[in-house]
Design a protein. Sequence first.
Length: 76
Amino acid sequence: VILTVLSGLMGIIGSVALMAVLRHWPGMSLYEGMFIVPPSAAVQALVICVVLGVLSGLYPAWRATTFSPVEALRYE
């Protein structure tokens, strides 16, 4: 969960930084209103990131619980 939250925050910060650069790019003044991230969109993106991260981690975690420790170490 921590990894998905951190990756989501890094993605949001990276996209805001990229949009700040594009806002000042020559010839982009026509699209200036498009390069704004509303806080609600950032929160929704973070929630989606966390939900997908947790869902994608459930199957490997469930599968790991079905192995006995001896079997798991035998294949390493």
